[in-house]
Design a binder for this molecule. Sequence first.
Ligand SMILES: [Cu+2]
Length: 120
Amino acid sequence: MRPFHPAPFVAVVAAVALAAGPASAHARLVSSNPAANSIIAPTRTVSLTFSERSVPAFSSFDVVNAAGEKVAIRVAASEDGKTLTGTMTRPLAAGVYRVEWRIASSDGHRMTGTYSFTVR
Ligand SMILES: [Cu+2]
């Protein structure tokens, strides 16, 4: 995970943070389903939970198969803004998948990360 701070982005997020009230802390990934490095039965959903509310317009993730292709997925944020859930139209086929996530927290920091899981 590496934070970066493009100036225009920070300005937009600062405006969002002011509108939303007191700035909260840096967000990090606290859990996911499927979990990192897990081996699971075919699934249609992937969800990631972060330590802080994320800014939906700047927060999402991709699920990428072993061939490097993005799986078609619709990502929605929970009401508390801490969990992103992606839903696929069909269960994932057997194989190794990589989740590539990117989120912005209300303090203006942007974080990215990846992890993998296997569908058997
Ligand atoms: Cu931060």
